[in-house]
Design a protein around this ligand. Structure first.
Ligand code: GUN
Length: 286
């Protein structure tokens, strides 16, 4: 079998066009969705992600601003800024780019963002709602993955989904969202003993490990759906996934590439959450 490729770039383009029309309609009602991104320090990857967010927002007509702070920023200063953004009625979505410098506790920052402006879906209230299957902001990468599966009408209900990786940003929430869609979910991680055996049992395999090409064809069941969340930079500067794409695509039924896979979807879902936040805060129905 040669897999059908789920192209996240093309799907993002489609979704952004839909959002552009929605934003135009909101603007006619006097609502301009606004996202504020806070970037601390000089992490090159973070800088490039933030630029990508700004560009994508502009494509859909969403207004955005970036607050850049030095790496020496204190936790108190950042919490003060978040308080101001919480109170600013022209700001609908707040995103503090992670990772943070070591003097700032991530937990304090995430908990300071008002849950109604938490477009990352990282606040404990929003995580709780997600677990309960209630309407809330879904974390962007997991939300993007579910959207990719649905775009191809891939059945999730009753399927065995295996998630490799248990980060708060990707692994844990994507497993929860798959469970909410009635999949049977197995989480694998660094202490898992029989990783290959479990992975090779998956109907839907989510690779979020952070190691280039760790998942070869031997880890994949014939006909499985393979979602690659990895973004690994090789020595030659190119980006590649956690999945060995060339061998995996001969076994999978669907597969996401890197680049042009999950990555672009993450930013697109952030924009969806920003529109949701703007509508929620202003009580305007779509
Ligand atoms: N750093 C890497 N991924 C993310 C994300 O989804 N949100 C934020 N805020 N920071 C990140």
């Amino acid at each position: 079998m040669t897999a059908e490729i789920i192209n996240g770039k093309d799907l993002s383009t489609e979704l952004k066009l839909e959002m552009k029309a929605e934003v135009e309609a909101l603007k006619e009602k006097g609502l301009i969705p606004h996202l504020t991104v806070v970037l601390i320090g000089n992490n090159p990857a973070s800088k490039s992600y933030v630029k990508g967010k700004e560009k994508a927002a502009a494509e859909t007509g969403i207004s955005s601003s970036i607050v850049e702070l030095p790496a020496s920023t204190t936790e108190t200063e950042l919490l003060q800024l978040i308080q101001e953004l919480n109170e600013d009625t022209s700001v609908h979505g707040i995103l503090v780019q992670l990772p943070l410098p070591e003097q700032i506790r991530e937990k304090k920052v995430i908990e300071a963002i008002h849950p109604d402006k938490d477009v990352d879906g990282f606040h404990p209230i929003n995580i709780g709602k997600m677990m309960a299957g209630e309407d809330t902001f879904l974390p962007c990468t997991p939300y993007g993955i579910i959207t990719m599966l649905k775009s191809k009408n891939i059945k999730i209900e009753g399927k065995h989904a295996v998630v490799i990786g248990r980060s708060n940003i990707v692994g844990k929430p994507v497993g929860q969202l798959l469970l909410n869609e009635n999949a049977t979910v197995t989480y694998c991680h660094s202490r898992t003993k029989n990783l290959q055996e479990l992975a090779a049992n998956a109907d839907i395999l989510i690779a979020a490990i952070g190691r280039a090409h760790a998942i070869t064809a031997d880890y994949i069941k014939e006909g499985a759906v393979v979602i690659d969340v990895g973004i690994n930079r090789l020595e030659n500067g190119s980006l590649t996934g956690d999945v060995d794409f060339e061998s995996a695509k001969e076994k999978a039924s669907y597969i996401t590439p890197v680049p042009r896979g999950v990555g672009p979807m993450t930013i697109t879902m952030l924009l969806k959450n920003t529109i949701k936040a703007a509508k929620g805060l202003s009580n305007i129905e779509g």
